[in-house]
Design a protein around this ligand. Sequence first.
Ligand SMILES: Cc1cc2nc3c(=O)[nH]c(=O)nc-3n(C[C@H](O)[C@H](O)[C@H](O)COP(=O)(O)OP(=O)(O)OC[C@H]3O[C@@H](n4cnc5c(N)ncnc54)[C@H](O)[C@@H]3O)c2cc1C
Length: 397
Amino acid sequence: MDGEWLYSNMIDKFQSAQIVIEGAGPVGLACSILLLQNNPDLKLILLDKNPSSDDFLENVDTRGIAISEGSKQLLKNMGAWVEHAPAIHQVHVSQKGHFGRTIMDGAEIAQDALGHIVRYRDILLSLRNQLRYLESKATSFSWLRDTKQPFSLPKLSPKTCLIHADGGLFHEQSAKDLYKDYGQSALVGWLEVKDVKPNMAWERFTEDGPIAILPHHQGNNTKNFVWCAPKAKIDQLTQLPDQEFLMQLKQAIQLPIGHFLGVHQRKSYPLGLNIKNEIVKGNEVWIGNAAQTLHPVAGQGLNLGLRDAYTLASLLNSLYTKSTADSIQDVENTLDQYQKQRARDRQITIQVTDLMASVFTSTFLPIVIGRGIALSALQWLPPIKNRLARQMMFGQR
Ligand SMILES: Cc1cc2nc3c(=O)[nH]c(=O)nc-3n(C[C@H](O)[C@H](O)[C@H](O)COP(=O)(O)OP(=O)(O)OC[C@H]3O[C@@H](n4cnc5c(N)ncnc54)[C@H](O)[C@@H]3O)c2cc1C
């Protein structure tokens, strides 16, 4: 359904809905697909701020997102994997100007790749296409799209499960229970390069913040970059003429990676941590960035959100395929179970990400030495390194 939200004509549908999902970013779309794949008769309403035509995607984020191997498998099972996503076989992690370095290698943990890089825009498109396919067979599914009207939900039955997946970026959100502004922004874009090893990613911790160089979907002569630094510095870097920017990037990294020849599509994002402690309240649940917004240093935000969608959809599918699934208590018990099942993965991912964002930008000498030792220890203690790699790839399952 397109154009105006048409809520007044939809009151009956809202009243009888089993599930309403608010927000059709990657996590809301993934959750809808996972629900309808198993239960095409589900009375599901998806509220999407975007229009039905994909033309708007031309102006949507081109930033490259690191998708873990676990998320790739999930997207594949949904029929929404983005082909031609370059693989990361190795990640080189080091700190500028100090000792300590580790290399994570997919082969060491018997994986073809540690992850893949996919543009945010392409993930959205692929998920939208798969949901369109399912929509044609799901007669009780309503995908409400609009670009104009501000949205306010009609009163729902307490038996309806309301899923908040309206995420957003850190600077667009109101403060939740745990709110931390790192005072940093991320500058993202892509580079034209020469003689840079393909399928390799670099994460370099500098005194200003981490810099990542990642594969790019256009091939071996291009790379994505993410440069995190204090906001004022990022504002200045955004304005620099291309050649001057490339020189500063080279100086900031100081690694013999290869040659940087051109830079394109620089765009900055303020960074912070914004966490909701209680992700369930009665018949309501929060997933993806609506539940937790993370610093991109560990590339975990969307991966964690997809795991939220997977666990929630699995539990709700079990509930709604039971013939007795129509009491308020059933819905609330299922959501309580969801909150318990997600607690450990959320906690570990949030803590590791916050630790990396905080500790790796410190210039306090004992911390500098400590992180050098930690990086070296990781290199020489493969079991610990491999456990960390597995956590990043698959989370806690
Ligand atoms: C610079 C940067 C780099 C990143 N890199 C990575 C990475 O490498 N790996 C990784 O896993 N993650 C990464 N992330 C995080 C990742 O982008 C987010 O975690 C992910 O986009 C969250 O998805 P979401 O669907 O929860 O929210 P969003 O992507 O924010 O989508 C929410 C959707 O809901 C819509 N909406 C909002 N309000 C309403 C409403 N009231 N009604 C209906 N719709 C509404 C919005 O328009 C939007 O379409 C990065 C983030 C940044 C900023």
